[in-house]
Design a protein around this ligand. Structure first.
Ligand code: PGA
Length: 263
């Protein structure tokens, strides 16, 4: 696991955006794994700017989102489909038919989960998976105790997640307690994954992810098994890590090596 500690949230978003831009220039038909939440918004804004200025094109790529609330249709303002349309898809040249988000309003959610896995497989798997992290260590809606080999399925949201996300729902709106989410196994199958976290509220979850034991109690710790995972965080999110100086040293060495190899 590569741990990149940057000064602030803008640098975190820029690092993430550059990874997506590089991925798309290397492979225009890339399969992107996308995430919702407040953390990726700044990254999406940078991708929109890069698309408008012609530095990146999404024309040939496809995307799969991590998760969706079960019971919300795509036109519900709190649905993750709606979020993606507003925050990214409506502003870039991606083919709308190639943007996939789990179906929140399906009559048959179990089939929809299998179908989602099939579609990812048929596209050849996810090249680059973007992740946020919950303050309880969740990735997607894989809450603590999620199976480390799990696939796309229905998950019950943890009370902490319902609390964290309550701010997005008005008091007269019913907040869903169920979701469809890619599994941890689905995420681990991505060729590369990038987890972004900013702010002190994420510091405990980041310490458990990077330095804690591999455990379903912190689903993001499963990334320790990922062959190509990078955790990109600001100083606040890094504040509970023990080995900060070592990670910074490794990153300096990485940059030196890349410059030497012309990568
Ligand atoms: P946040 O959510 O980016 O809004 O903090 C992250 C998550 O719960 O995955």
């Amino acid at each position: 696991m590569q741990v990149v500690i940057l000064n602030d949230s803008d640098a975190v978003a820029e690092y993430g955006a550059q990874l997506f831009i590089k991925q798309l220039s290397k492979k225009p038909k890339a399969v992107l794994g996308l995430a919702t939440g407040s953390t990726p918004i700044a990254l999406y804004q940078k991708l929109i700017e890069a698309n408008k200025s012609g530095d990146v094109s999404f024309k040939e790529c496809s995307s799969f989102n991590l998760d969706e609330y079960l019971g919300l249709s795509g036109d519900h303002p709190q649905s993750y489909r709606y979020f993606m349309q507003q925050q990214l898809f409506n502003h870039i040249d991606i083919n709308p038919l190639q943007t996939f988000v789990p179906a929140g309003d399906t009559d048959n959610p179990i089939d929809a989960c299998h179908h989602y896995e099939d579609m990812i497989r048929e596209k050849g798997g996810i090249d680059l998976q973007l992740l946020g992290i919950g303050s309880n260590g969740h990735i997607g809606f894989n809450e603590p105790s999620s199976g480390l080999m799990s696939r796309t399925r229905i998950k019950t949201l943890a009370p902490a997640t319902i609390r964290d996300n309550a701010r997005f729902f008005s008091s007269d709106e019913e907040q869903p307690h169920l979701s469809i989410t890619m599994g941890i196994g689905t995420i681990l199958d991505s060729h590369q994954s990038i987890l972004l976290a900013t702010g002190a509220a994420k510091a405990g979850a980041i310490a458990a992810t990077v330095e804690g034991p591999l455990t379903a109690a912190c689903p993001a710790s499963a990334l320790q098994m990922h062959p190509n995972a990078v955790v990109v965080i600001d100083e606040d999110a890094a504040s509970q890590l023990q080995n900060t100086e070592f990670y910074k040293h490794v990153e300096r060495e990485n940059l030196r090596l890349k410059a030497r190899l012309g990568l």
